[in-house]
Design a protein around this ligand. Sequence first.
Ligand SMILES: [Zn+2]
Ligand SMILES: [Zn+2]
Length: 275
Amino acid sequence: MRLFVIFAVLLVPCHAQAQAPKPKDPRPELEIRILFDNMAANKDYLRSWGFSALIDFRGKRILFDSGSDPILLLEHMDKMKIDPKSIDEAFISHHHDDHRRGIYWVFEKNPAMKVHFLDSFGIEAFHAADQVKMKPNRVKGPFELMPGVYSTGPIDGLPPEQALLLETSQGLVMIVGCSHPGIVKMVEAAQKQRKKDSIRVLLGGFHLLKTQADEIRKVVNRLDELKVKIVIPAHCTGDAATEILQSAFGKHSAGAGRWIIMDGKRLEFRTVPLK
Ligand SMILES: [Zn+2]
Ligand SMILES: [Zn+2]
């Protein structure tokens, strides 16, 4: 009997080693859902001035900007079956209302969420935060939110703005709100900070609404020189600039209800299904 027990104990570790390896996480490395935009990608979502995107990256969930209409933002989240409590951190690119207004409402539904404001935001941004007992992190320079996710820190402009950078296995993904400092200046700052000479995906508002076509072409040429590969124009980019960008970088577009998926070597666009 004693011999049998010893034999059984010896067998246990061998048996444990023989277990099948853990299955790989089936989720893509990066998913971006456009929650709020000047355009709608799908008739089930409404367009409204502003921008907001939900980012799922390696098991973490980040809200980028929060649109101009909190009720519409929450409606769109509801349609996409996104629970505000599932958001880990929120990142507000700049002070303007069309990027900031929704955050207080989302925070009330998830007071555990970490929120990043620029230190330079106006006093009303912090007053509104006080009202919902939010204590935003006041960003003064570049920092790492979580492994592989960075803020450029404030880039000088009217107003100053921070961009979000994700270091994916396919390269750097950069998300911007309005690009008030100028999109070229922001891309240059991001590359310098991350010591990279290219950007795999650039998404957001590029603020070229009132820019003349020849100026837009200069911006496009410079982005090409900076080895930006995929450009997804949104929000305040403007129709003329969107057209020129699409002819240079491929026919990509954002719009509320768009679901962008990056997995392995693929970059695909899907519209979020309603059910
Ligand atoms: Zn703005
Ligand atoms: Zn804006």
